[in-house]
Design a protein. Structure first.
Length: 201
């Protein structure tokens, strides 16, 4: 179970995914990593601003290298990583909503989502770079913060052995319908690729 702290702007989409085998992406999913690919959800300036307002609420500054992950995808050349990450990136690219995807077997319950009040940080890539988390909405487990709308932690990232993931779509109450459509699209992609999904919150 996932506990979500009260927040006036946050509308979170959360679900688990189980994979029956290796995380190989089918060609049609790799095609969705193109910005010009057809998709049922569309990014917009209104959604971009709403997501930034969501992250600003706790005092975090979502600009420069600290901007939402979904904004990085617009000008990036995306290549296939694995099924879990490709689905996340494709949906985030086309919806404009940042998405976290973490390996459930690397999490230590209890799980919660709240604004980080401490001057804490975590490593977000294999080279050891860190992100400062104060004021930022984060997923937390028993060991501390492990994911957010900007960068997920290296500690809980997916790998070739991942068979169960938790996805968090960081949406806003102002665009709740867009969030629901995005989660539907996301789960539809994963299920078409042979995975099974179930709601977590």
């Amino acid at each position: 179970m996932l506990t979500i702290a009260d927040h006036p702007l946050l509308e979170l989409g959360a679900f688990e995914t189980r994979f029956s085998g290796p995380l190989e992406s089918p060609p049609w999913l790799v095609d969705l990593l193109r910005a010009d690919a057809e998709a049922p959800t569309q990014r917009s300036e209104a959604v971009r601003q709403a997501v930034r307002d969501l992250l600003r609420h706790g005092g975090y500054k979502p600009t420069g290298r600290g901007k939402p992950a979904s904004e990085y995808l617009v000008n990036a050349t995306l290549s296939s990583i694995n099924l879990a990450v490709d689905a996340c990136n494709a949906v985030s690219l086309h919806s404009g909503l940042p998405i976290s995807v973490v390996d459930c077997d690397k999490l230590e319950p209890p799980l919660s989502v709240s604004i980080s009040q401490e001057d804490e940080s975590y490593v977000f890539n294999a080279t050891g770079q860190e992100i400062r988390l104060r004021g930022l909405l984060c997923l937390r487990d028993a060991r501390g913060a492990c994911a957010n709308a900007v960068k997920d932690s290296q500690r809980t990232k997916t790998s070739a052995t991942t068979r169960r993931t938790l996805s968090l779509v960081w949406g806003t109450r102002a665009h709740a319908d867009h969030l629901r459509a995005t989660v539907h699209f996301y789960r539809e992609i994963l299920e078409r690729a042979g995975a099974a999904t179930s709601s977590s919150a």
